[in-house]
Write a protein that binds this ligand. Structure first.
Ligand code: ADP
Ligand code: ASP
Ligand code: MG
Length: 461
């Protein structure tokens, strides 16, 4: 069995959902009944978050206008996709009820003037709930019998709202109970990605872009033969196409390379997606729902080495560098623990770390607690903060195998003011931090020299 996940742009309107239905029917003809995971229609999660933000500012009217727009968009799509029938009326009713419930929730939050992570999750989950009902009805109407199963009854998570952690064993048990029998009976099950619930039934979400993660959790729990991530590009590309002109699709990638690229910013794959697949050795494919005939990218444990020296590049903008200096660090133990305790206290995750004798540099993406972090660090060290920095990460198995490659990549960046350079133990990536203004040019330089083809002879000598 195959798990097929369709992202926001692949369910964004009736045409996209018709394409999805053709892709699912084709897969059913090849490998049997698949399980389908869908994101909210593109833009909906942002609009739901905007509605919550409006309520937070006390603007209940704006929130309610936003719900009306979302409700209309789903109704129009349902009417376009489903012919006049009892089923159509039922789905339209169900969606109407759901959007009324969303409006009521937002209204209650406005009255109480209280937005908690828990209530935010309850609202944001509506996007995937609506799309999964719509897609299941559309599949059935277009000739592939399908049924929506509420993902909150399947994906069991911790109560960390906004970034919930899955409970693998309970989720596998629920899949076995609620999804497997339908599949065996020949029904395509459609689940919303990104959403789950605690063991006691409180709605949670997995973090932005988390539908990919849901798909791989379901794939692992069902012991699927393959996890397909259907999106709007031809696979994992050598670099973010919005940053580098001429990025090309990668036919294959190792689990480790894909994880590094996703972790360091390749938005096409949620960074947690690979872990459940690795544990069970399930191949992950990234495919283009606009061009299903394109082979896409296959991610497996040990694919053949690519021709080019580097497999791909990833980047993150709006990075903050924190420099921590103290002579206490010299030959002392326990200093790093004090540093990291501060980041832990404010639940801020750290991306890149470099150290010298008396200083540590750390990058963070989430600036929400920056003032508290700087204050606490200042109690025992000198602290400097630099904003508007970017992180460029070069990834490839060859970095591990060819000793001079990392040095050559750095050599190609000799004109750029690099603030940090890091290569971790696994040595599949080389990460540099530089001012954001230089990112695009630095990406273009490394991409052109190392990602397109084998290096010209003599360069490595
Ligand atoms: P979906 O809605 O299908 O989940 P996303 O917008 O989350 O799609 O991810 C797809 C987008 O990721 C692409 O349109 C592309 O702009 C961006 N992207 C960033 N880095 C890469 C990369 N290395 N390869 C492919 N796409 C990338
Ligand atoms: N709809 C969610 C988001 O926009 C999850 C996803 O698309 O993967 O973040
Ligand atoms: Mg995505």
């Amino acid at each position: 069995m195959v798990v097929m996940k369709f992202g926001g742009t692949s369910v964004k309107d009736p045409d996209a959902i018709r394409r999805l239905a053709r892709i699912v029917a084709r897969e059913q003809g090849i490998s049997g009944v698949p399980v389908v995971v869908v994101s909210a229609m593109s833009g909906i999660t942002d609009q739901l978050l905007d509605a919550v933000a409006a309520v937070e500012r006390g603007d209940a009217d704006l929130a309610s206008q936003k719900v009306t727009v979302m409700r209309d968009r789903h109704r129009v799509a349902a009417e376009a996709l489903l012919g006049p029938s009892v089923e159509r009326d039922e789905v339209i009713d169900l969606l109407e009820r759901q959007w009324r419930e969303t409006a009521a929730l937002l209204h209650a939050m406005a009255v109480l003037r209280e937005v908690s992570p828990r209530s935010r999750d309850a609202v944001v989950a509506m996007g995937e709930l609506a799309s999964s009902h719509l897609v299941a009805a559309a599949l059935t109407a277009l000739g592939t019998p399908a049924r929506c199963v509420d993902a909150r009854e399947v994906l069991v998570t911790s109560a960390d709202h906004g970034l919930a952690q899955p409970d693998l064993a309970s989720t596998a048990a629920r899949l076995h109970e609620r999804v497997r029998p339908l599949v065996t009976a020949g029904t395509v099950v459609v689940l919303g990605g990104f959403i789950g619930a605690t063991a006691s039934g409180v709605t949670t979400t997995l973090g932005r872009g988390g539908s990919d993660y849901s798909a791989s959790l379901f794939g692992a729990g069902l012991r699927a033969a393959e996890i397909q991530i259907w999106t709007d590009v031809d696979g994992m590309l050598t670099a973010d196409p919005r940053v580098v002109h001429g990025a090309r699709p990668l036919p294959s990638l190792s689990f480790a390379e894909a994880s590094e690229l996703a972790y360091f910013g390749a938005k096409v794959l949620h960074p947690s997606t690979i872990a459940p697949a690795v544990a069970d050795g399930i191949p992950v494919k990234i495919l283009n729902s606009h061009r299903p005939e394109v082979p896409g990218t296959t991610i497996t444990a040990a694919p053949p080495l690519p021709e080019a020296p580097l497999t791909g590049l990833a980047c993150k903008r709006d990075i903050t560098v924190i420099d921590i200096r103290s002579t206490m660090m010299l030959a002392a133990y326990g200093f790093m623990r004090r540093v990291f305790e501060v980041f832990e206290r404010y639940r801020t995750s750290v991306d890149v770390i470099t150290t010298s004798e008396v200083s540590v540099s750390i990058t963070i993406e989430d600036r929400r607690a920056i003032d508290d972090i700087v204050r606490d660090l200042s109690a025992f060290a000198e602290v400097g903060v630099e904003t508007e920095m970017a992180l460029l990460c070069a990834v490839g198995e060859r970095l591990r195998l060819e000793p001079g490659l990392a040095a050559r990549v750095l050599g190609a960046l000799d004109e750029f003011p690099l603030r940090m350079v890091s290569q971790a133990g696994a040595r599949r990536n080389l990460t540099v931090v530089l001012p954001q203004a230089h990112l695009q040019a630095a990406m273009a330089r490394v991409h052109e020299r190392f990602c397109l083809e084998a290096e010209p002879a003599g360069v490595g000598a």
